[in-house]
Design a protein around this ligand. Structure first.
Ligand code: AMP
Ligand code: ZN
Length: 478
């Protein structure tokens, strides 16, 4: 069987750079290497699928860079100390580390469910306090920061004339000398922002020593310090949801460029929000679904990924259950096509299908600022044509293999076609498996009441547990 070899030359990768508001050809600092920093989760709760829209977009970016032959290093931080993690750990009466550990583990489980490519490093903020203190010290030494009456350290936006260049805020609206201590604020509250927050009672036992007294870092300095440590003073790409652009990324630029005297990041990419009935999905609005919520309703991780992926990252995406059902259907049809391609007759006489154009068009689509709609159009065209060729008896096994090879290649971008998956087994959420394991132990201990309670909990999650010979069990969706 002839292997399918595709040679693509002169394909360009272009991105919309939030900084210039233009599409630009991607040219990395070091040829062949792409370094990117992605703002990670604030681990005070389970991430919702709005957050995962951002992480899936970043995964698409990572996969696209690799598709174009770049050696990618992605760093994603874990915000495990900030206003919200402290507030909620105290409400839960748990030490901060214990409280955040649960959500960090859940986050990693969710990344796996969505088949998100792991980053090279996931630095937690609490393990980089020294780097943050050193960076603040540099800003103090260079005169960009000052200590206020409340003992906190603030960045003086007046000292950085380019402040506002990312979010396009004009100088007139800036109120230097007016201070804001909160991590999050709107554009009309632009002001000197906190680098180091002096301890107050609301912080409880969360504090570190510093040259300016006990306290904790502000959220923005966390990302400046950690990105610099792992990626250098100037790196290629920085991303996040559009809500991260201001103040978070604007403040990161101010801190990093003032301290280092060089450009912080060359390309800024931001994704639009996942919406529900015209409103941003968010914890504070209460209109959110976690990944677990959707798995419990019986949707698969790959269908959820498909929905989050299938709309261009700079367009708002309205979340609906209909879209999820449609995604399950679409993926099923791909699985059927792949099975069909594997079952073609081994007849040497038939010519191989001409696939170069699909391959080339796919590069053009995804290389054009991650134009997923165009990439999907190529993929659906190939699906339709492959079925048509098979209907007309035009394909043999070798042809089918070539088609499968191209879908396998496309799936390096999509990460959910699962070309070599041969069954449509339902995904069982990890927590349901965990409950089933606990139930097995309860049964072994003859604790029938506990076993019944766990069976009910599994049922509430939408699954049935069945005992099978050999002291084993089987879990099925209801
Ligand atoms: P957080 O945990 O709040 O710091 O958010 C983590 C990431 O999710 C950030 O990149 C946010 O910009 C992003 N994000 C939050 N809500 C949404 C949403 N509804 N749609 C898309 N991205 C979001
Ligand atoms: Zn960040």
């Amino acid at each position: 069987m002839r292997s399918y070899i595709i040679i693509i030359m002169n394909k360009q990768l272009k991105f919309f750079n939030t900084m210039s508001r233009r599409i630009e050809v991607f040219t990395p600092v070091s040829p062949g290497i792409a370094k990117m920093y992605t703002c990670g989760p604030t681990v005070y709760n389970f991430a919702h699928i709005g957050n995962f829209r951002a992480y899936v977009f970043e995964d698409l970016l990572n996969r696209t860079l690799a598709y174009f032959g770049f050696n990618v290093t992605q760093v994603m931080n874990l915000t495990d100390v900030d206003d919200k993690t402290i507030r909620d750990s105290r409400a839960a009466k748990l030490p901060l580390k214990v409280f955040t550990a649960k959500y960090i583990q859940a986050f990693f489980d969710d990344l796996k469910t969505l088949n998100i490519t792991p980053a090279a490093v996931y630095p937690p903020a609490t393990e980089h306090i020294n780097e943050m203190i050193a960076l603040i010290q540099t800003l103090m030494d260079k005169g960009f920061a000052y200590q206020a009456e409340d003992s906190s350290i603030y960045f003086s936006i007046d000292k950085f004339p380019e402040y506002g260049k990312l979010a396009h805020i004009d100088r007139e609206n800036q109120r230097s000398g007016v201070r804001i201590k909160n991590d999050e604020y709107a554009k009309d509250s632009v002001a000197d922002f906190a680098l180091w927050k002096a301890w107050d009672e609301a912080d409880g036992d969360v504090f570190w020593g510093s040259p300016w007294g006990k306290g904790r870092p502000g959220w923005h300095i966390e990302c400046s310090a950690m990105s610099m440590k792992y990626l250098g003073r100037t790196f290629d790409i920085h991303t996040g949801g559009i809500d991260n652009m201001f103040p978070h990324h604007e403040d990161e630029i101010a801190q990093s460029e003032s301290a280092n005297g060089c450009t912080y990041v060359n390309y800024w990419l931001h994704c639009a929000h996942l919406m529900v009935n015209g409103e941003k999905m968010s914890k504070s609005a209460g209109n959110f679904f976690t990944l677990r919520n959707l798995l419990q309703k019986g949707y698969s991780g790959r269908a959820i990924r498909w929905v989050l992926l299938s709309c261009h990252y700079r367009k708002k995406l309205n979340f609906t259950f209909d879209a999820l059902s449609l995604a399950e259907e679409s993926l099923k049809k791909f699985t059927e096509l792949f099975a069909r391609m594997r079952e073609l007759p081994d007849d040497r006489e038939r010519p191989l299908p001409v696939l170069e154009k699909y391959d080339s068009d796919f590069y053009d689509a995804i290389g054009d600022d991650l134009n997923i709609s165009a990439a999907l159009a190529v993929t659906f065209n190939l699906q339709r044509e492959a079925n048509r060729w098979a209907d007309g008896g035009e394909l043999n096994r070798a042809g089918g293999e070539n088609i499968l090879a191209l879908f396998r290649k496309f799936d390096r971008i999509f990460g959910c076609l699962d070309v070599d998956k041969t069954t449509d087994e339902p995904t069982i959420p990890e927590e349901v498996t965990h409950l089933a394991e606990l139930r097995l132990t309860a049964r072994k201990n003859k604790d029938w009441a506990e076993s019944d309670r766990l069976r009910d909990a599994i049922k509430t999650a939408g699954f049935a547990v069945e005992d099978i010979p050999g002291g084993k069990y089987r879990v099925k969706p209801l």
